[in-house]
Design a protein around this ligand. Structure first.
Ligand SMILES: [Zn+2]
Length: 345
């Protein structure tokens, strides 16, 4: 396994920040745009009309993140609208058969006991996705270290900020997805949070299009938040807990947009939630997230080459007793070597 690419930046305005990332990741962005089918199929009237609305909403509410993407497109030498469509995965609902079983993303384990929080998160994507590590300052000046996806805004995989905040995301599919604020912009905004209360306000912004799950850690406390396009449920995590890519909480089950219960996240989630009960330390957690039980719906996934639904791109470990860094293993968890990355002062 090669080492993960690391991008370090500081002191840029929004456009130049995006430009620098785009320039350093041009090859990966071009390859991804070529392979992502739905972004080339937005000529269908309904999808095109939806794109115009999504675009307007994102630009109006988050002009600086919009500028980051404009810079990224220019830096990578790609068409801006294609890159923006990549950052609006909600568009896929207007194009692709919604009943298909596609990749369905990540699994997170949490252990919260006696003022200490440990989080182990498998970052799973599709077989064409790739991750890199961002270390440095955002245009706002905030120092962060983020596991980021090529071609996307920062903020939706796993993130640590100089404000003592760690969070990661798990995708959820909402039955009532709608035209609204694209979720990649919401998660980018979450990265700027001042506190848990501020984070909650940002991720529940009115008018959001899609659902999302978050595991958030601050001051030795962990929180699990499920959002849909309309509602949300937030609670402090106490004890051992696991979340994947389906709604878990009673009041949120009505929003579940995934229907194939015998495959994918439903199997991963029930396996992880059952196994996490007996977790006592990091090695127990890593063993669970390295598992190939229920293949091809396994927690540690090796992509389409072996017939798995997902591809585990990396594994992230955060321990609130070491609050200024996390460990990252690049590649599927069963073979990943964990290395430390932290906030650079
Ligand atoms: Zn594996």
């Amino acid at each position: 396994m090669n080492n993960i690419k690391i991008i370090r930046l500081a002191g840029k305005n929004s456009y130049d920040f995006g430009y620098a990332i785009g320039k350093e990741t041009a090859r990966e962005i071009k390859a991804l745009l070529e392979k992502t089918e739905y972004i080339h199929d937005c000529s269908k009237t309904e999808a095109n009309e939806a794109y115009v609305e999504f675009k307007e909403m994102a630009q109006k509410l988050y002009p600086t993140y919009f500028e980051e993407l404009q810079g990224m497109a220019m830096g990578a030498g790609v068409d801006f609208d294609l890159l923006l469509k990549l950052n609006i995965p909600e568009l896929d609902m207007f194009i692709t058969d919604q009943d298909k079983v596609g990749y369905d993303d990540c699994t997170t384990l949490v252990r919260a006991a006696r003022g200490r929080v440990q989080v182990l998160h498998n970052e799973d994507g599709g077989s064409d996705d790739g991750i890199y590590l961002f270390e440095g300052a955002l245009p706002s000046g905030l120092q962060v270290v983020c596991v980021a996806y090529y071609g996307y805004l920062l903020g939706f995989a796993a993130n640590l900020t100089a404000r003592g905040i760690f969070y990661n995301c798990n995708s959820l599919k909402c039955k009532f997805q709608r035209l609204g604020i694209p979720k990649r912009f919401v998660t980018r905004d979450a990265l700027e949070s001042m506190s848990y209360a501020d984070f909650l306000k940002r991720i529940t912004v009115k008018g959001r299009a899609q659902a999302q799950n978050y595991i958030f850690v601050e001051k030795g406390k962990a929180y699990d938040i499920e959002t849909s396009s309309r509602g949300y449920y937030a609670r402090e995590v106490k004890g051992n807990f696991a979340h994947a890519n389906n709604f878990l909480f009673r009041d949120m089950l009505k929003y579940e947009g995934r229907s194939h219960r015998g495959v994918g996240t439903f199997l991963r989630s029930s396996f992880a939630r059952s196994e996490v009960k007996k977790v006592a330390d990091f090695s127990d957690m890593k063993k669970i997230l390295s598992s190939h039980v229920n293949r091809p719906s396994c927690v540690c996934a090796h992509g389409r080459d072996v017939g798995d639904i997902n591809l585990t791109l990396g594994v992230i470990y955060f321990d609130s007793e070491i609050p200024d860094s996390f460990l990252l293993g690049y590649g599927p968890t069963c073979e990943a070597e964990m290395k430390k990355y932290g906030i650079v002062p």
